[in-house]
Ligand binder design. Structure first.
Ligand code: NAD
Ligand code: GLY
Length: 365
């Protein structure tokens, strides 16, 4: 088992434990810091069918009184209505300030349980038990929680670090291919932003990752968590210009997802296209090398994230990007890589970005 400690100044440190079969040890891990009686597991229908029983058994074994609330699978659960149902369930279950909320599922459940748990009675302890690749490598660590409003994604949320993250990599065996690709996009993002070492390790293990070879999957998850923990430790609330690096590839990705319609392309696939795009901007703006761009392209191809064939008006994509939360004072902001492990947040002129959007669209036959 691997144990990574997330140390954030001014916050209590917490462990991220990664191993196969970790759900069976969830209760024992929680007892290391929590002596209380009541736990509420928040999960979704898909995950409940597979992993709720072992999670519940593990908590009961160490004496927890366990309640469960199951939400529909998918992004629609990150709603005000679902959050309200969970708050009411928390009252009905008799949760108090000493109770703990366990988020068992992907990033949707993690964000929703994190948000409701961090606001109920001004904040309960949260334990994240991620079951998707994306949630293991990204969303379960770092304390961002959110729900969506009709007017936009993740518009209401909190920063609330979990007390424990328990990643059972064995659960990934049942993850659909599309969700797997989602996680691979975020792994590629982390590798490029982190270091040459991570990038070339990943480059050398794409076949094993695609085959979900257990040791490779575990190492990829661990490397991403170590990277994310170091970023969050330096800039917990994204105010110091460090955590923004996690948005690499996301400026165009969000525009692609909106333009194509949510769910048409996986988030990971859209992020990969955003990385291809940003790296080309980086050649012109920061002097990144074409060799870096081509090696990154090859990595994304090998991860099963090929060039997207989305036909769209460049002006429309630009307009969508300007509506993004990352825009400040009307200027588009991109995380641009100079090379692996070297990046800058750059504010770019619309005309410059438009030129590259036009070039991308011309390249699609
Ligand atoms: P998800 O939570 O919707 O899970 C994807 C699908 O996989 C769901 O249908 C789920 O039921 C199913 N599933 C989960 N685990 C499974 C398993 N082991 N086997 C079979 N099926 C399984 O999607 P996601 O990609 O994990 O998360 C996306 C969400 O994460 C978005 O809402 C995004 O905004 C959020 N997010 C948050 C952060 C953060 O820092 N808080 C970071 C990135 C993304
Ligand atoms: N996934 C972006 C962040 O955690 O900041």
């Amino acid at each position: 088992m691997a144990r990574i400690v997330v140390e954030i100044p001014g916050e209590r440190a917490y462990d991220v434990v990664v191993s196969a079969g970790q759900i069976d040890r969830l209760g024992a891990e929680m007892r290391a810091f929590d002596g209380n009686q009541k736990a509420l597991i928040v999960t979704d229908t898909e995950v409940a069918a597979r992993y709720l029983d072992p999670a519940k058994a593990s908590l009961k074994q160490v004496g927890y009184q366990v309640s469960v609330i199951t939400v529909p699978a998918g992004e629609s659960a990150k709603s005000v209505e679902c959050a309200s149902e969970i708050w009411h369930a928390m009252v009905e279950c008799g949760l108090n300030r000493d109770s703990v909320v366990v988020a068992l599922g992907g990033g949707v459940v993690g964000d929703l349980a994190g948000f409701t748990g961090s606001t109920f009675m001004r904040g309960l302890r949260i334990v994240q038990v991620p079951t998707t690749l994306l949630s293991m490598v990204d969303s379960s660590v770092g304390g961002k929680t959110a729900i969506n409003l009709e007017s936009g994604k993740n518009l209401v949320g909190t920063f609330c670090q979990p007390s424990l993250v328990c990643a059972d990599v064995a659960t990934l065996a049942t993850l659909p291919e599309r969700e797997w690709a989602c996680g691979c996009g975020e792994i590629a993002k982390s590798a490029v932003i982190d270091s040459e070492d991570f990038f070339f390790w990943l480059y050398g293990h794409t076949d094993q990752l695609a085959a979900r070879e257990p040791e490779t999957v575990k190492e990829a998850v661990q490397r991403c968590i170590v990277f994310k923990a170091s970023v969050v430790a330096r800039d917990q609330e994204e105010t110091k210009g460090v955590r923004e690096c996690l948005n690499y590839g996301h400026t165009l990705a969000h525009a692609i997802e909106t333009e194509a319609g949510y769910g048409v392309y996986s988030h990971g696939h859209a992020v990969a296209q955003g990385m291809r795009f940003a790296s080309r901007l980086a050649v012109a703006h920061l002097g990144a090398s074409m060799e870096f761009v081509q090696t990154q392209d090859a990595l994304l191809d090998a991860l099963g994230l090929p060039e997207l064939q989305l036909k769209a008006e460049p002006e429309r994509l630009l307009h969508l990007m300007k509506g993004d939360k990352k825009v400040r004072s009307g200027k588009l902001r991109f995380v641009l890589p100079r090379a692996c492990g070297e990046w800058e947040v750059c504010e770019l002129e619309d005309e410059f970005v438009l030129e590259y959007l036009q070039a991308w669209q011309r390249s699609i036959s």
